[in-house]
Design a protein around this ligand. Structure first.
Ligand code: RB5
Length: 145
């Protein structure tokens, strides 16, 4: 799978850990920055990853900031994006299964690295269930029109 990743200074360290893990697992990672811990603005990186996913340059996206919240708010402004800010493994799996989320947002200042690794694995490996969930997604996405 090809994954677009982005972070601000608050999520940079976790991005590097998750990137290494995903590459070792055989995934292709498109790292759209940031590339150090200098202060920067999370909407810039949310947009880079969201457009990469919306334009199908990547299958899924992972965004990390201090809380994951700013990244999710910003990414969800881009048409076609369903970004989910998650803090537990059940939600990381179910947002693929039911919401067909295409971007996972994490908060480096909120969750531990071990939990983040488990969550990203579940997000990448869990398929969308389709069926009645597609009908609900169609309703959500129609609001963008
Ligand atoms: C940066 O200090 C912080 O505001 C940002 O990483 C994020 O938590 C915003 O939602």
């Amino acid at each position: 799978m090809k994954l677009a990743m982005g972070a601000d200074h608050g999520g940079y360290s976790l991005k590097e850990i998750l990137k290494k893990h995903l590459v070792e697992a055989g995934h292709e990672v498109l790292d759209l920055g940031t590339h150090d811990t200098s202060s920067c603005n999370y909407p810039d990186y949310a947009a880079k990853v969201a457009y990469a996913v919306a334009d199908k340059d990547a299958d899924l996206g992972v965004l990390i900031c201090g809380t994951g919240i700013g990244m999710s708010i910003a990414a969800n402004k881009i048409h076609g994006i369903r970004a989910a800010c998650c803090g537990d493994t059940y939600s990381a799996a179910m947002t693929r299964n039911h919401n067909n989320a295409n971007v996972l947002c994490l908060g480096e200042r909120v969750i531990g690295y071990g939990l983040a690794l488990d969550m990203v694995d579940l997000f990448v490996d869990t398929p969308f269930e389709g069926g009645r969930h597609q009908r609900r997604i169609d309703k959500m996405m129609a609001y963008e029109a």
